[in-house]
Ligand binder design. Structure first.
Ligand code: OSB
Ligand code: MG
Length: 386
């Protein structure tokens, strides 16, 4: 039997030169969301984001931490990430001499967990080194596309009519896929109503772990509605039950919270705990491990797509670069800036192109420029480190 062909790894870190980190700071910005975002675990009305700022050899790098305010989606919070970055991660790379991104990260590899904190530092290092070299993050990660198809994630609404009104608006703008947050009691009628009103739209549900395996009969009823997938129905740490559920469903399960590493992705594939992975760099500890998850899924024939954490334009730039990799074959939660905020913190917000895509930045590093006035106006906290 011929060996299955495994595509080559996509990452091209050797394009980045060694760079020293001379100074660092942590910043907290706060941007009101245009509308409240409700999931099975709560309602968010604003995006408070922790930013890591690095300076070295005349260049700057910036990274956004995915962590939220409360430990609901993940155990990490903005507060835990601030503490771990300030006390352990950032001091490991500042003033330690020129090093490649891999060498900088090796110096803090002893820190266990805290993936979102680590990923924020990694993003800032990749931005810094990319700017020093004049190469885009997308090219370093192994991007294969210059535009990525955009979907939109819609929170739980007070009524089906309110949901339809939002869907009508997003489809009119050109979004290519609709993701609806669901929870027990807000699921079957939602799927039935949306499917009958939008017979050909790509529609999926995201439960954020709100169900148990004993809910399988309810979830089987969703099979009638031709959903693209059902995201994270069961507990964040329960691949075994996801496998048991997938065996009883025609609808594909997509894992989000359950995949925190390449190891988790390999376990999910081995167990058949789903068929698709939502990749968020923050959740898996950075863009480099995210490419690793992409690569193992690609070898296994599992498509992936890029998730989101309501990021400002900074984190969005990294998401869009990642989403340009070849196995990101499904539209992601990579929506335009104006889906979240009246005003982003970039000079040029991310816009939805008429064909329902976002453009992948081509400039050095993240390829986006922060607007200094917006940064100052949204800053709640700023501290120098080291
Ligand atoms: O489960 O994908 C999720 C936002 C915050 C926390 C978890 C999730 C989400 C989203 C929003 O679905 C995706 C986006 O950034 O548009
Ligand atoms: Mg999700």
């Amino acid at each position: 039997m011929p060996e299955p062909t495994v595509p080559p790894p996509t990452l091209k870190l050797d394009r980045l030169p060694p760079v020293g980190v001379d100074r660092a700071a942590l910043r907290v910005v706060e941007l009101p969301l245009r509308s409240p975002f409700t999931t099975s675990f709560g309602t968010q009305t604003l995006r408070r984001a922790l930013l890591v700022e690095l300076e070295g050899e005349g260049n700057r790098g910036i990274g956004e931490c995915a962590a939220g305010i409360e430990p609901a989606y993940s155990y990490e919070t903005l507060g835990t990430a601030l503490a771990v970055l300030r006390d352990h991660l950032v001091p490991g790379v500042v003033g330690r001499g020129p090093a490649t991104v891999s060498e900088h990260l090796a110096r803090v590899a002893w820190v266990r967990g805290h993936h979102m904190a680590r990923a924020a530092l990694e993003m800032a290092l990749l931005d810094l080194a990319g700017r020093a070299a004049g190469v885009s993050l997308a090219s370093v990660l192994g991007a294969a596309a210059d535009r990525v198809p955009a979907g939109v994630s819609i929170g739980i609404q007070a009524s089906l009519d309110a949901t339809y009104a939002l869907i009508d608006g997003y489809l009119a703008q050109g979004y290519r896929r609709i993701k609806l947050k669901c929870r027990p009691g807000y699921d079957i009628e939602l799927a039935r109503g949306v499917r009958s009103r939008y017979p050909t739209t790509l529609v999926m549900l995201d439960a954020n772990s709100a169900y148990r395996l004993s809910d399988a009969p309810t979830l089987q009823a969703l099979d009638a509605f031709d959903l693209m997938m059902l995201e994270q129905p069961l507990a964040h740490d329960d691949l075994v039950d996801h496998a048991a559920l997938q065996a009883q469903l025609r609808t594909s399960i997509c894992l989000d919270e359950s995949v925190e590493s390449v190891t988790d992705a390999r376990a999910a594939i081995a167990l058949k705990a789903g068929r698709i992975v939502n990749i968020k760099a923050g959740r898996v500890g950075g863009l480099i491990p995210a490419v690793g998850v992409h690569d193992v899924c690609r070898a296994a024939g599992w498509p992936v797509w890029c998730g989101g954490m309501l990021e400002t334009g900074i984190g969005r730039a990294a998401n869009v670069a990642l989403a340009a990799l070849p196995n990101f074959t499904l539209p992601g939660d990579t929506s335009a800036s104006d889906r979240y905020f009246d005003q982003d913190i970039l000079r040029e917000p991310f816009r939805l192109e008429p064909d329902g895509t976002l453009r992948v930045p081509t400039g050095p590093g993240l390829g986006v420029e922060v607007d200094p006035d917006r940064l100052a106006a949204t800053t709640q906290h700023h501290e120098a480190i080291g």
